[in-house]
Design a protein around this ligand. Sequence first.
Ligand code: NCD
Ligand code: ZN
Length: 343
Amino acid sequence: MRLEITKPDDWHLHLRDGAVLRDVVPAAARQFERAIVMPNLKPPVTTVAEAEAYRRRILDAVPAGESFDPLMTLYLTDRTPPSEIEAAKRSAAVHAVKIYPAGATTNSENGVTDWGLIRETVAEMARVDLPLLMHGEVTDAEIDVFDRERVFLERHLSPLCADFPNLRVVLEHVTTADSVAFVRSAGDNVAATITAHHLLWNRNELFRGGIRPHAFCLPVLKRERHRQALVEAATSDDASFFLGTDSAPHARGRKESDCGCAGIYTAHAALELYAEAFEDAGALDKLESFASHRGPDFYGLPRNEGKVSLVREEQEIAAELPYGDEVLIPMRAGEKTRWRIAD
Ligand code: NCD
Ligand code: ZN
């Protein structure tokens, strides 16, 4: 069996910086024409000038003969001035702003500590129509880690949507039935990305035969009922749900440790993994819309013209992949995917 679709884009991707770009950019470029690139570097990408310079470093790592268009984002801090938003809107490189509640996830220390401080900056985003991408989890230690996304909807997203009814918002990597319901009932200006790992795994994967650091990401995997809600949303005709891998590479040692960090690497086989989830749901006919149409439509960009073909043949996944001087462990390491991209 062969499935030809419009070349997809990844609307949520971590590429990191420095020497590892040579390892992770080619994988993303092979799969996707464009990607919304996350700004949570150390230090974070907070200005248009930094985003433009980062974009050039990414382009330097694209293999000759491949085309790949990194769509840059700014990392919102307590002190991002409204003028930077206006500059971002004018720049051809920057397409969105990302909000990390401070302490919510990997490299979020410089994120927002108080939503009151960013009001004017968010108002400017609504005014110039620049999308706000959200890591949707509260950070309070007393809130159960499995409830942090749901509580975020009540505490932050709902009031924000009420205050800025026209603001374009993407709730990134949704993991719960609650988020799916929220996005469904919100206006067309509110969308969500869904990862391949949240479509394929529930939280049992974290403890399958022992503790599995390579299945740990944030927002953390949820119970089966939530996974099913995500599959339903991704395979539905609702234009608000589109592809964002949240592929998040980390060196092996950073994950296999007494305090392993969050992030799952899927860029090596993202489309193949999504195809499995859609096939399991009997919805392969919806993959193209999810992967290649709804994202550019939401961002107001043209759909890609190129095509990519998936064939239903097994593909072996390496047990580890190079990552600068170290290695990373990809999703499905040492196992197989049911699909592969045709050469
Ligand atoms: C991401 C990372 O490693 O940068 N980690 C993750 O678990 N998803 C950050 C993020 O998107 O939360
Ligand atoms: Zn992410």
